[in-house]
Design a protein around this ligand. Structure first.
Ligand SMILES: Nc1ncnc2c1ncn2[C@@H]1O[C@H](COP(=O)(O)OP(=O)(O)OP(=O)(O)O)[C@@H](O)[C@H]1O
Length: 271
């Protein structure tokens, strides 16, 4: 770590970030920061700009304006693989694993290309990639599936493989885009436990986008709600339920009930 942000214990600092598509700002002059070892939950209505924000921070999309600093290092306009090598890994809403590879090949490939620069694009797995693969398999509970082709995994296992692939790059900041979308209640609980375990084991900072309130309340230290690309709310989960703006633009009365129920009934707590 280097630079003033690192000294202040800030993992990610986003300043005045904007992404315009024609006349529409998908992300609109957004500023926030994430402390090291914090879990920040991001919610908001469909089309609020959550995934675009992840794309901007992880280097998949270039910003129109603004600045992104990762562990004290400016990364605005860096390429995604450079950002990954600096310690930021992300997952995607939809399946993003190599179906034709086995589980362990997926993970060794993630480590091989995601951990450091490879000038020669050939797959020659070394002992470091094998160790990173073993550890990632263990941490998400997929060790018994290591030889299976990824295409044969269940929906939950594919989500866990995507998570393990991100872990295999040995990140310091993990960004998860709707990690439990499409999963049932038990699977959501299982994923929350895995993520809690990962944070504790790896001392990670995590930013997660999720609509499932039971999951957000189980894990997040703090939440930010986006609307039309801008910040509608930032603060505690309890405060989110009390924000008239959040209730009217996002939660509605049924979402508010879900949030209150989840906050009251959560049996998985952030460490
Ligand atoms: N490449 C693009 N070209 C034009 N418009 C885009 C592009 N990518 C995103 N948008 C628009 O930007 C806005 C924000 O989209 P984004 O996917 O970031 O929202 P989101 O909050 O992640 O939504 P969801 O919860 O449905 O995933 C939407 O209006 C979307 O249509």
């Amino acid at each position: 770590m280097s630079g003033p942000d690192a000294e202040r214990g800030i993992a990610l600092e986003v300043s005045n970030l904007t992404k315009r598509y024609g006349a529409m700002a998908a992300v609109d002059d957004l500023s926030f920061h994430v402390d090291t070892h914090e879990i920040l939950g991001i919610s908001g209505p469909n089309g609020a700009g959550k995934t675009t924000l992840f794309d901007l921070v992880s280097g998949l999309t270039r910003p129109s304006e603004g600045k992104v600093v990762l562990f004290g290092e400016p990364i605005t306009n860096h390429r995604s693989e450079q950002i990954c090598h600096l310690g930021l890994a992300r997952t995607f809403q939809l399946n993003a694993v190599f179906d034709s590879m086995t589980v362990e090949e997926n993970l060794m490939t993630a480590n091989y290309f995601g951990h450091r620069n490879r000038s020669f694009p050939a797959l020659r797995f070394d002992s470091h990639s094998r160790e990173a693969c073993d550890e990632a398999l263990e941490i998400v509970g997929l060790a018994s599936e290591r030889k299976r082709p990824a295409a044969t995994l269940t929906g939950l296992q594919r989500k866990l493989l995507m998570l393990a692939s991100a872990i295999a790059t040995e990140p310091r900041l993990l960004m998860l885009d709707e990690p439990v979308g499409g999963l049932n209640k038990d699977e959501i609980h299982q994923c929350a436990e895995v993520i809690r375990h990962i944070r504790a084991e790896r001392n990670l900072t995590i930013v997660l986008i999720e609509h499932v309130m039971s999951f957000v309340t189980a894990l997040a230290d703090r939440v930010m709600v986006l609307h039309h690309g801008a910040k509608l709310y930032e603060g505690s989960i309890a405060g989110m339920a009390e924000s008239a703006d959040v209730v009217s633009a996002y939660l509605g009365s049924s979402g508010l009930k879900d949030l209150q129920k989840a906050a009251g009934a959560s049996d998985v707590h952030a460490t």
